[in-house]
Design a protein around this ligand. Sequence first.
Ligand code: PMP
Length: 353
Amino acid sequence: MSWEDGVRRVVPYVPGEQPKQAGIIKLNTNECPYPPAPGVRRALDKLDCGSMRLYPDPESGELVKALAEYYGLSERQVFVGVGSDDVLAMAFLTFFNTGKPILFPDITYSFYDVWADLFRIPYERLPLDEDFRIRTEDYADRECGGIVIANPNAPTGILLSLSEVERIVSANRDVVVIVDEAYIDFGGESALPLLEKYENLLVVQTCSKSRAMAGMRIGFAFGREKLIGYLSDCRFSFNSYPMNRPALAAGTAAIKEDAYFREICDKIIETRERVKGELKELGFSFADSRTNFVFAAHERVPAREIFKMLKEKGIYVRYFAKPRIDNHLRITIGTDEEMDRLIAVLREYLGKQ
Ligand code: PMP
C-alpha cells in the first residue's frame, strides 16, 4: 500500500495555448478580439485597493442583481461562478448523482468527460450524425442520469433550434438537462424562455466570449429557484467566496452596458459571415457556424499541415487530434484586420500546394 493508492487520479483538460510572444494573431481559444465595455474600465478604476483586505460578498449580490434585471428573472434564479467552467463543474457535482450514465455528444466541449471522470459520473457519448448535427431523437426516452448539451455546439459551431432543445428537455423531465450556451449571443436563440415550463433545466452562459472578459473568469447560470438553491448549497459547501471583488465589479458593469455588448456581437457576426465566403473560395468547407469561430476542413490539404504553417507565421488556430475531427481547424473570429491577414496567408500557401 502506498500513499499513491489513495490519490484521485484524473487526466486533466488541456486548454488552448496562451503564447507569450507579442505580435501573434490569436485565433485559438475563442476569445473576443475587442476590449470589454468602457464601463468595465471605469468600474475597475473605482476599485479601492484597501477594500481587498475584506472578503467579497459571498452572495455576489450586485452581479446577481444585474443579471436578474437584464434577463428578466428573479435573483434566486441566478447563479454565478468563476467562468462557466466553474459553473458547469458545480452543476455536474450537484445534479448528476444517480449512478446512471449521463449523455452528451461524441463531439462536444471536451471538458464534459473530464468533469465526469473527476466526479466518477458514468457517461455515454452519443454520436453526432455525419454532418456533425446532434440527433435530438437519440436523447428522447433514454434512461440516463442527466444530459449536457452545448448549444451552439463546440467545436462544430452548429445551433439547435429552441424547439429541438425543448424536445430534449421535455423528454427528460426526471433528470437535469444542462444547456451550455457559451456562444449563444452570436446568433442563437437561448433556452431561457423554457424555464417557465421546465424545472429540470439549467442554462449556462459566460462573460468570456460575447462580453469580452475571458480574463476575468465570470460565468453564470439560470434555472428555477429550487434547482439554483441546490446548486448554491453545493457551491457554499466548497467555497464561500468564489467571485473576487474585481470580477464582481467588472461583471456588473459589463452586464449593464447592453449597447456595447450588442455592437461587438453584431461586428463579430458580420466578420464571421464575410470570412465564411472567403474561406469557401479558398476550398474550405464547414457547417453553418452560429458562434465566434468556424470549424473548417480543406478540400486538399490536411488540417494538421495548415495548422503548423499558420503557427510558423504567428497565427494560432486550434487543432484537435481526435477521431472524426482531425482534419478540421477551429478558427476564432478576430478583428477584420486579423482575418484579412489569415486569409492572405492561407491564399498564398494554398496557391502553392
Ligand atoms: N463551454 C464551452 C462550450 C466552451 O467552449 C467554453 C470555453 N472554453 C466554456 C464552456 C468555458 O468558458 P469559460 O469558463 O471561460 O466561461
